[in-house]
Design a protein around this ligand. Sequence first.
Ligand SMILES: Cc1cc2nc3c(=O)[nH]c(=O)nc-3n(C[C@H](O)[C@H](O)[C@H](O)COP(=O)(O)O)c2cc1C
Length: 162
Amino acid sequence: MTLPLDRAAFRYTMGHFATGVTVMTTTAGDRMHGMTVSAFASVSLDPLLVLVSVEKSTVMHELLVQSGTFAINILGKRSESTARFFADNVRLAAPEFREGGYRLGITGSPILSEAAGYLEATVHGSQEAGDHTIFVGRVVALEIVTEEEPLIYYRSGYRSLD
Ligand SMILES: Cc1cc2nc3c(=O)[nH]c(=O)nc-3n(C[C@H](O)[C@H](O)[C@H](O)COP(=O)(O)O)c2cc1C
């Protein structure tokens, strides 16, 4: 059955595409910020490029344009509460990062201690895309910290491989 060309059908269809879950972070001036992101992908091996699609209305969008740098923290299956936290505006009322729970990477972006791994990037280019902007990042650092299995997002819910 084909579906109507509307937001609900688009969301429902895209929900069938399982993704990993990350927390994208940046620091603009003295403000550190993080946001849960699943629209993250590898783009190029030479040079090393990644992309992330960021909604224009987000705080992240505004800060990323200022900082020009970001980190992508890859979440493992034990980090569902962290994914929920960084997708909820309630977090903005207090410092988003707890002491001892992060360090600053070479771009100044917060690296979460619990991340299974991370990449840091400088903004290489951007492309407006409807209500989002696609930012292409040139990778300047990367590390895998643990081989913990990934956190998966599928049909509006968090899952793991088992
Ligand atoms: C699993 C999941 C994945 C998400 N992926 C993205 C994404 O790729 N891009 C985006 O702009 N928002 C994404 N969001 C929504 C943002 O995390 C959410 O709107 C956030 O509160 C925006 O933060 P900010 O406005 O404080 O920067 C996602 C949310 C969830 C729960």
